[in-house]
Design a protein around this ligand. Structure first.
Ligand SMILES: [Mg+2]
Length: 119
């Protein structure tokens, strides 16, 4: 398994990967035109999520999977999430915290099950 320490070095990886630092680094690899802001990363996000689903589908079909390959696809998903969040004006850490806050609120109210964005 590849660790953050392998890629980023011991000091950077010590406390985990900083989400906003990841977002900033991710942006440095983005090469789409400004007029495609939000649309390009949305299409990429859906495409990469499909790649994850395809690998899981083949896991079901074949009975085994290379989990590192799936993790790499999840990284692709994360890259597009980071870029889309930035295109929308959100630090990735804010997106993460908003999600935890939403889920924590649902949990406290016994609403983890069910459906609807605003339950
Ligand atoms: Mg991919």
């Amino acid at each position: 398994m590849i660790t953050a320490e392998d890629i980023l070095g011991k000091d950077f990886a010590r406390d985990g990967v900083d989400m906003d630092g990841f977002q900033k680094q991710a942006r440095s690899y983005a090469i789409y035109k400004k007029e495609f802001k939000t649309v390009y990363p949305t299409l990429g996000l859906v495409s990469e999520a499909g790649e994850v689903a395809d690998k899981i589908k083949k896991w079901l079909r074949d009975g085994d999977a290379n989990k590192e390959d799936i993790a790499k696809e999840l990284g692709d998903v994360l890259w597009y999430v980071a870029i889309l969040a930035e295109d929308l004006g959100y630090p990735l850490s804010d997106v993460a915290l908003m999600n935890i806050d939403k889920l924590d609120n649902r949990k406290k109210r016994g609403k983890l099950r069910g459906s609807g964005d605003n339950r």
